[in-house]
Design a protein around this ligand. Structure first.
Ligand code: SAM
Length: 278
């Protein structure tokens, strides 16, 4: 039975019948914490009840929260407690990788799971990767764990995310191959060393794209994330077009992949860009 049907069954006679159809149809799970996004305001008064029943229905879940927003360039989530213990720290496991995380401090998108898998499948042996928006290792730690010959340099400027990144590098025993760099990626991204650059952020500026180009040693891939209208996913990326004219690199967008629906009209996409020094 689907989650919504189970929840309706469980809450029949407890909440007004006309609200049963307004119950959420899904949630994401990070570690042992269930996260609701976009709860229908009509069920506001019954959130605690919904949370308690979710914990009864799904034995993995110990805590239920609602993520109401994500703010600032640190992408800090705004979290409201709904049910269960009052903590926001948890340990999430995915693709053999351990992520220690505090959901109140750090963004971790379950919707990027396919992208994490795609990267593990795509990266070749002995590559050297630069993750310019490393956070706690969201995109790059699974590569380090599952590809033992790959080296990774992860840049992060939020001290809290950086501390979790270091903790997760230790927890996954990849400290001989994953090198965390604290600072603004516009100043701290090393040059001429990488075969692949991950740019998992939605407001990439021209300087950052130039740093990604400069990070590539001879030739390689840049995975450039953005949010675009679903009816115009091929729309040119301004930073990339500017670099094509000014940088002296050969820049080819080989594929545009849909990562997830971001809102009814917008998609999170990743452009796979092959670059070569001329
Ligand atoms: C939205 S998170 C994304 C994490 C991961 N890349 C992903 O795609 O799932 C973006 C991370 O980039 C970091 N960040 C943003 N601007 C940065 C900059 N100029 N230098 C270094 N880190 C930056 C933020 O602090 C945050 O931890």
């Amino acid at each position: 039975m689907k989650f919504k049907e189970k929840l309706k069954e469980s809450l029949k006679g407890i909440i007004p019948t006309d609200l049963l159809d307004k119950l959420p149809s899904g949630y994401s799970v990070i570690g042992d914490i269930a996260v609701f996004r976009h709860l229908n305001p009509k069920v506001d008064a019954y959130k605690k009840m919904i949370g308690k029943h979710l914990i009864l229905i799904d034995s993995k879940v110990k805590i239920v929260v609602e993520q109401v927003d994500t703010i600032s360039s640190y992408r800090k989530p705004v979290i409201k407690h709904i049910a269960g213990e009052k903590r926001t720290t948890t340990i999430h496991k995915e693709f053999n990788t351990i992520f220690n995380i505090d959901l109140e401090m750090i963004t971790f998108s379950p919707g990027n799971k396919n992208e994490r898998n795609h990267l593990v499948q795509t990266v070749s042996d002995n590559e050297v990767i630069c993750d310019m928006f490393a956070c706690i290792g969201n995109l790059s730690l699974p590569i380090a764990v599952n590809k033992p010959s790959v080296r990774i340099y992860g840049v992060e400027w939020n001290q809290i995310a950086f501390d979790f990144l270091k903790q997760n590098i230790e927890a996954n025993k990849v400290d001989d191959r994953y090198f965390p760099i604290y600072g603004d990626n516009r100043k701290s991204t090393p040059k001429n060393f990488a075969t692949r650059v991950l740019m998992g952020y939605f407001d990439i500026d021209y300087n950052q794209f130039k740093c990604a180009l400069e990070a590539i040693q001879i030739q390689g891939w840049i995975h450039y994330h953005s949010i675009l209208p679903r009816d115009n996913l091929e729309q040119p990326l301004e930073t990339v077009e500017q670099a094509r004219n000014e940088s002296g690199h050969k820049i080819e967008i080989k594929e545009i992949r849909q990562i997830k629906k971001y809102s009814p009209r917008l998609y999170h996409i990743c452009s796979d860009i092959f670059v070569e020094k001329c």
